[in-house]
Design a protein around this ligand. Structure first.
Ligand SMILES: Nc1nc2c(ncn2[C@@H]2O[C@H](COP(=O)(O)OP(=O)(O)O)[C@@H](O)[C@H]2O)c(=O)[nH]1
Ligand SMILES: [Mg+2]
Length: 203
């Protein structure tokens, strides 16, 4: 794994809180960036890779992160690992609760600087990703699409997927036009993503 260059990510990082209800969000005004995406897309793995620490829980069983998990970056910012959406094997009631929490957080958090929408580089955008991108655009929250598991597809297939997704997101006013491809496993794209996050946090 290549060493971290961005200074923000060399600061002390730790788990702050797991939030299952919108009324118990951390009350610090630090800027936040959130990682959203379908279950199993690689949100927790990406956060761990960015921080080069095993802080976020990675699971072989999808649908395990049931709350908003807040991690602090020094005394500057929060990274937020979100519950995965679109996982079929949990009860409808539980799914509705998570979806409600995700929606309330994404549309109402004043210090949220951007939401990263993680998409599997083998599968592209699914209906639930469109729903989130719609919601973010409707509430004027910056969205940045990240293709995960970039180590999986062949290089030409990855390039085609990037072009395809960039075309698909043109209709969302709050989506940043360029898509970034990352691999938490191999470290590809991580330093670019760290720079993008530091810039969003005005660090
Ligand atoms: N090949 C590959 N697999 C990955 C990568 N990142 C995560 N995974 C795998 O994808 C599965 C789900 O990862 P996790 O981070 O728990 O996803 P989450 O549900 O979105 O938080 C795990 O089995 C990971 O090992 C990656 O960069 N490359
Ligand atoms: Mg997770």
């Amino acid at each position: 794994m290549p060493p971290i260059k961005n200074k923000l990510f060399l600061e002390k990082c730790e788990f702050v809180a797991g939030v299952a209800h919108i009324s118990t969000l951390p009350n610090r005004s630090w800027p936040e960036v959130a990682f959203a995406g379908r279950s199993n897309v690689g949100k927790s793995s990406l956060i761990n890779a960015l921080l080069a620490r095993e802080l976020a829980h990675v699971s072989k069983t999808p649908g395990r992160t049931q709350q908003l998990n807040f991690f602090r970056l020094g005394e500057h910012a929060h990274l937020v690992d979100m519950p995965g959406y679109g996982y079929a094997k949990v009860s409808k009631t539980l799914k509705d609760e998570w979806n409600e929490l995700i929606k309330l957080y994404l549309k109402g958090r004043a210090q949220l600087k951007a939401a990263f929408v993680l998409v599997d580089s083998r599968h592209g955008l699914k209906e639930t990703d469109h729903t989130i991108l719609d919601l973010l655009s409707e509430h004027a929250v910056s969205a940045r699409v990240i293709l995960t598991k970039a180590d999986e597809p062949k290089p030409h297939a990855l390039q085609e997927m990037i072009a395809q997704v960039e075309a698909d997101i043109k209709k969302y006013p709050s989506a940043f036009p360029d898509v970034l491809a990352v691999s938490a496993r191999e470290g590809t794209g991580l330093e670019d993503l760290r720079s993008a996050i530091a810039q969003l946090l005005n660090y």
